[in-house]
Design a protein around this ligand. Sequence first.
Ligand SMILES: Nc1ncnc2c1ncn2[C@@H]1O[C@H](COP(=O)(O)OP(=O)(O)O)[C@@H](O)[C@H]1O
Ligand SMILES: [Mg+2]
Length: 255
Amino acid sequence: MRAIAVINQKGGVGKTTTTANLAHGLALMGKRVMAIDLDPQSHLAAHLGLFERGQSGIDELMLGRLDIGEVEVVDARDNLRLIPAGADLGLVERGTGDGLPGERLRELVQSYKDSCDFVLIDCPPASGLLIDYALTAVDETIVPVAGDYLALRGLSDLITTLRDFEEKHDLVSFNQWLVVTRFHTRRRLSWEVRDTLISYFPERVLATPIRETSVLAECPGFGKTAFEYKRGNHGEADYGALARNFVNEEYADER
Ligand SMILES: Nc1ncnc2c1ncn2[C@@H]1O[C@H](COP(=O)(O)OP(=O)(O)O)[C@@H](O)[C@H]1O
Ligand SMILES: [Mg+2]
């Protein structure tokens, strides 16, 4: 089982889109996937068409109200299950920081050692307690980086944050991946972002960039992934390729 947190302190870079579509892509490859929504905004459940108000979720476990075996797991798709955020996840973020919620999350993830091939955790933006807890529970991260936004300063901030993560969590047991999202094939900036990331993080940038496409912007509104919405779209092709990259650890080389 591989446990992965999808992180980036910026919002709108494609964390939730990547979690939902990579999770479904892996499930369609026959892998058994558990997706955990660790964002109090519950976007992942909504993205998969499974949001219900008042839903119980990972919040109850992290607040110590439920035991591991009692956590509600939703069947999302064939081979894909979801643990929703729950209404009180925001309380975890405002907790005492004693590390217990992270420990509980880690134990939950470990309990899927034999029944899952991948556990994917969708994280909120900003770098607060929830991110620290997520990083306690996983041994890999995926950092989506938008290919369209980066002024150099944004990029150096991101690189500093990633280096901090590396230092905080012993890199030897911690595998960091980057995915270029919102990629414009014909825009020079997109290629520059990709090249810069590859030069700072050689062998860490997954081979397939995810193109900007209206389908990926539209499908969450229908509670669908790119694999279910308008067949033959770029999102389906890119996330399908990314799932294979991830399984086989295929990274991008510089141009
Ligand atoms: N490759 C893409 N092409 C077009 N729209 C995208 C793409 N990736 C994400 N989006 C859209 O951008 C917005 C932010 O993406 P999201 O995955 O929610 O980011 P985050 O979780 O990092 O805040 C969403 O409306 C999403 O549908
Ligand atoms: Mg999100």
